[in-house]
Design a protein around this ligand. Structure first.
Ligand SMILES: O=C(O)CCC(=O)C(=O)O
Ligand SMILES: [Fe+2]
Length: 307
């Protein structure tokens, strides 16, 4: 357990456990009780489940990603691959469209495992599917994301969809783990304004805020995070505000985020393989696919919404 008073550094800001940041609640004890999980997910907006995936499998997936980084010259010379020491170029390696890396068995054995599928089938109460796109991320020093609802990026089709963020490396508090805004799943004004946008349809900046202090002070959210170990997951709905903190360490932070939904409900076509000329399989469209368009700034949208 993280002691009250422990500092949590997020970019320029410093938060304090027990004051404006708390440790996520571990749902491992109820992981087989679908009704209890559903209640907690509806209430809290997330499920943090320690040891959801076998740690050996998650470590194997991390090693796979690190070997790919090593092959691209990303690790510091003369250091063992498994330590994941960031090289002089300090490059992030998002392996989103590199199927040889992100669709390889060591990765899919984690996020497509029979246990994972069975878990989501219990949660949704019916057969499920996952997107073809998987967001395998390797974050160098300073690397992180900004606060957003996933709805804005991956929200077409059914609203009955969950994201799962899986830690593949050991991610201590200063190494860029997931940060959830507690209560953001029940903020009606945010959900009906920002949460109703589709960045590729509305041509809007998808990031709501890059400032964690604003979310705490102006929106009243408490932050939730943890020291993540390989195989730990955070599962959350499309309207749960989250981000990752900048990685302050010299080691790669490796995680993967994947989406699950009922198989008989409408998908978000942007994230599935397409069929090209002659029946050839083509990669998915993804976000930001419209050429030469400008995206409206979040500042002007927020001024309009009055938030
Ligand atoms: O890992 C990250 O930096 C971002 C994760 C995220 O936004 C997600 O899992 O939906
Ligand atoms: Fe996200």
């Amino acid at each position: 357990m993280i002691a009250d008073g422990t500092p949590f550094l997020f970019g320029e800001q410093c938060f304090e456990f027990g004051v404006d940041v708390v440790e996520l609640t571990d749902s491992h004890p109820i992981r087989d009780d679908a009704a209890a999980l559903k209640r907690r997910l509806a209430e809290d907006g997330y499920l943090f489940i320690r040891g959801f995936h076998p740690s050996k499998k998650a470590r194997h997936a991390a090693q796979w990603a690190l070997e790919a980084i090593a092959a691209r010259g990303g690790l510091r010379e003369d250091t063992p691959v498994e330590r994941g020491v960031i090289g002089a170029d300090n490059r992030n390696f998002p392996f989103f469209r590199d199927l040889a890396v992100c669709h390889a068995p060591p990765i899919l054995d984690v996020v497509d495992s029979a246990e994972t599928v069975a878990f989501f089938e219990r949660l949704f109460g019916k057969p499920v599917l996952t997107f073809d796109k998987r967001w395998l991320r390797s974050m160098a020093h300073g690397g992180h994301n900004h606060f957003h609802y996933d709805q804005v990026y991956v929200g077409r089709g059914t609203t009955n969809r969950l994201s799962m963020w899986t830690a593949l490396t050991d991610i201590d508090l200063d190494e860029g783990g997931l940060v959830v805004c507690l209560g953001s799943n029940r903020h009606e004004r945010l959900i009906e304004t920002y949460g109703a946008t589709d960045m590729d349809r509305d041509l809007t900046d998808a990031v709501f805020s890059a400032d964690p202090r604003e979310l705490v002070d102006a929106f009243g959210f408490c932050l939730g995070t943890a020291h993540f170990e390989p195989g730990d997951v955070v599962i959350f709905g499309m309207h749960t505000m989250h981000s990752t903190a900048p990685n302050r360490s010299g080691r790669y932070r490796i995680s993967i985020d994947t989406r699950y939904q009922p198989a008989d409900e409408a998908v978000d076509e942007r994230f599935f393989f397409r069929t090209g000329p002659g029946g050839a399989r083509r990669l998915w469209l993804g976000n930001f696919y419209r050429p030469s368009v400008t995206y409206r700034s979040m500042a002007s949208l927020r001024a309009e919404w009055g938030i």
